[in-house]
Design a protein around this ligand. Structure first.
Ligand code: AMP
Ligand code: MN
Ligand code: MN
Ligand code: MN
Length: 269
């Protein structure tokens, strides 16, 4: 039996733990198959081969945010981490984030939070600066009590969302992943808050663009929600994967590394 979790973040993006610490936590948790899926970078995932041993296989992955909807994310697995188109997309997304970080500081300053970029960059250890780094800096400074409060009051508000960063379309995400030899999976469909009709329309589009699988099991899904996506995947000849979206307790206190049992692996390693 494989004990899997195919959606994990590290310090290469907004996770708390380094790839090596994460692999150790997964071993302690009893996993034998995990994937490193950082936002917009394969810097952590590139360490996957050196973290794998006879007890644990670590797959290199990525999570890309698509431009169409706020929570439309595409996971890529088994990527060639030297692929040029993938690296060039990651580079352009990093540049977008580097532009946005100044706007984010200005935004928070305008809300009377006199946070500096240095305070955020002290927490961001990788090349990707993401909103959870700002949230953690705000907790550390005492501006808010929890990262959740930082998102609720500042970082996930309509006003915040006027600050844009460049994002590829879902079709572009899938195409880049395929071009790098990977498989593309629709991440956490339940996070979109769509009704059944909207989900089926979006799935049709994703299938047209070549999506290979759905993250049917997700840490915050109800059993009914997971079953719905398992059925949808089966009906459309897609595979189902399972992922927690673990970021570490300092980033997302409620989410632990998952322990989904898979007799057959969702895709070829
Ligand atoms: P970014 O890609 O920099 O815009 O940041 C997105 C990340 O922020 C997501 O991957 C989550 O880790 C986190 N995030 C987004 N919205 C929320 C929220 N409402 N509460 C907690 N974390 C969130
Ligand atoms: Mn994240
Ligand atoms: Mn996501
Ligand atoms: Mn994620």
């Amino acid at each position: 039996m494989n004990i899997i979790d195919l959606h994990l973040h590290t310090t290469a993006s907004d996770g708390q733990h380094s790839p090596r610490e994460l692999a150790e936590l997964a071993r302690q948790n009893g996993n034998n198959l995990i994937a490193i899926t950082d936002h917009d970078t394969i810097a952590g995932a590139a360490e996957a081969p050196s973290l794998s041993d006879e007890t644990l296989t670590v797959i290199p992955g990525i999570e890309l945010s698509a431009s169409e909807y706020r929570q439309l994310h595409i996971l890529g697995y088994n990527l060639n981490s030297a692929d040029e188109r993938l690296l060039s997309l990651c580079q352009s997304l990093k540049e977008g984030r580097d532009k946005r970080k100044y706007l984010l500081i200005d935004f928070l300053n305008s809300k009377s939070i006199d946070i500096t970029l240095d305070e955020v960059e002290e927490i961001a250890k990788g090349e990707i600066i993401a909103r959870p780094h700002f949230a953690r800096a705000m907790v550390k400074r005492g501006d808010v009590k929890t990262t959740r409060e930082a998102f609720d009051l500042y970082l996930d508000t309509d006003e915040f969302h006027k600050i844009e960063r460049n994002k590829p379309t879902a079709a572009e995400c899938i195409s880049v992943i395929h071009n790098a030899g990977g498989v593309a999976v629709w991440a956490h469909p339940t996070r979109l808050d769509f009704d059944d009709f909207q989900i089926s329309q979006l799935l049709k589009e994703l299938i047209g663009w070549g999506i290979d699988g759905i993250e049917s099991y997700y840490s915050t899904n109800t059993p009914e929600e997971s079953l719905k996506y398992i059925r949808l995947a089966k009906k459309n000849s897609l595979f189902s994967t399972a992922g927690s979206d673990f970021h570490g307790k300092k980033v997302k206190p409620d989410i632990s590394i998952g322990k989904w049992k898979f007799a057959i692996l969702p895709f070829k390693l």
